[in-house]
Design a protein around this ligand. Structure first.
Ligand code: AKB
Length: 370
């Protein structure tokens, strides 16, 4: 299947019937409180779709992001890449390619051969796992980012690099945390993200690079995240449904900003399609809600009444306590019409459905087979 898929994938895109449209933000749609952002991203123009490379594509955001972009730009125009071996499922909807972000020449070859226009750079070690291997985090999060930003400059790519609530630290105002304020994070993850924000802004002003960056809160998705401080809010669905118990590594009252993956990706999509002239900044806070572990578990108890929660705080508690509690994303709402759809109730309802259908049934099937 892998060989078949790679063989099917031609970087020259010969024989591909390209959808001749491009979804973009309506430039007339200045954000107001009343605006419905679904109207803002519906202008259809007759231009060719961008060809997009996603690095770190097999992490929490990559495959879902690829699905969204492929629906809008055509399957063959969105190339997932990673150094991890893909599953059959990863290869189902479009091209996958090996790409090591530490190999500059290799990246150059992909951009040239595949005629890439946009780069979405997801490769990164998250907050908790970064603290366990700082040299590796420096290589991946800082050296890797140097490579992709230089690449984007050389080939005039639009580049999106996500940042995070982790780009703030104990000196930052935590409730609310505005777009521009003191940062000074205390994790290598946060330090690398502030570095990416500043370097991207610098490359934009110095070289005209089309750098775009959203600071995401904890992202809740059916796919498991890898090594973050906000992971509890995903893990509890998996373990809760499977074992009816969960041991939480954060204190019950630790409030953090969060977003459901569907909102996260629609923010990304909308932001990527916002015309330059509407962007007053290159880096924006986005969020949907803030909650504590206790608030999330209480909502979950409505679906799993026999769920048993215990608390055993570890080092991640310190990280969480240095991060924003409430994220102020009013500038994104004002400049390009950002609006979230999912609050805590809708998020839990949707996660229950997703984890039940996509993970629990597969897990049960595996157990029966073994
Ligand atoms: C983490 O917890 O490290 C990430 C993040 C908030 O950036 N989920």
């Amino acid at each position: 299947m892998l060989c078949k898929s790679l063989a099917r994938f031609s970087c020259r895109f010969t024989g591909f019937v390209r959808k001749d449209f491009h979804v973009s933000v309506n430039p007339l749609c200045r954000a107001t409180k009343e605006n419905d952002n679904t109207n803002c991203v519906s202008t259809v123009s007759k231009s060719k779709p961008p060809r997009i490379l996603i690095t770190g594509g097999l992490g929490q955001l990559g495959t879902e992001c690829a699905k969204l972009l492929r629906r809008n730009y055509g399957n063959e125009n969105v190339i997932l890449s990673d150094i991890i071996k893909p599953t059959e499922e990863n290869l189902e909807n479009g091209p996958f390619i090996f790409a090591d972000i530490l190999d500059f020449k290799g990246l150059q070859k992909i951009v040239v051969d595949c005629r890439i226009d946009w780069l979405i750079h997801f490769s990164a070690l998250l907050s908790a796992v970064g603290e366990q291997n700082v040299p590796l985090a420096v290589r991946v999060n800082i050296e890797g980012m140097h490579n992709v930003i230089e690449l984007a400059k050389q080939y005039k790519l639009r580049i999106f690099i996500p940042s995070t609530i982790g780009a703030f630290g104990p000196d930052s105002p935590r409730n609310p945390t505005p777009n521009v304020t003191v940062q000074r994070p205390r994790t290598i993850y946060g330090v690398s993200k502030v570095h990416a924000e500043l370097l991207g802004e610098y490359y934009h002003h110095r070289f005209g690079l089309d750098f775009r960056c959203l600071r995401f809160p904890g992202v809740i998705s059916g796919d498991p995240p890898g090594g973050g401080t906000t992971d509890y809010a995903v893990a509890v669905f998996h373990e809760g449904l499977l074992n009816k118990k969960y041991e939480c590594y954060l204190e019950p009252h630790t409030m953090l900003p969060m977003i459901y993956i569907e909102d996260c990706l629609s923010a990304l999509f909308q932001f990527l399609n916002t015309p330059e002239e509407l962007l007053r900044r290159r880096v924006y806070n986005v969020t949907a809600m803030s909650f504590t572990p206790e608030e999330l578990f209480n909502e979950l108890l409505k679906y799993i009444p026999d769920l048993k929660i215990t608390y055993k705080p570890d080092k991640r508690q310190l990280i969480a306590e240095s991060w924003p509690q409430v994220f102020d994303d009013s500038e994104a709402r004002r400049d390009w019409g950002w609006q979230h759809k999912y609050d805590l109730q809708r998020l839990v309802e949707s996660m229950m459905r997703d984890v039940n259908t996509n993970f629990l049934s597969k897990h049960q099937l595996k157990q029966i087979n073994s």
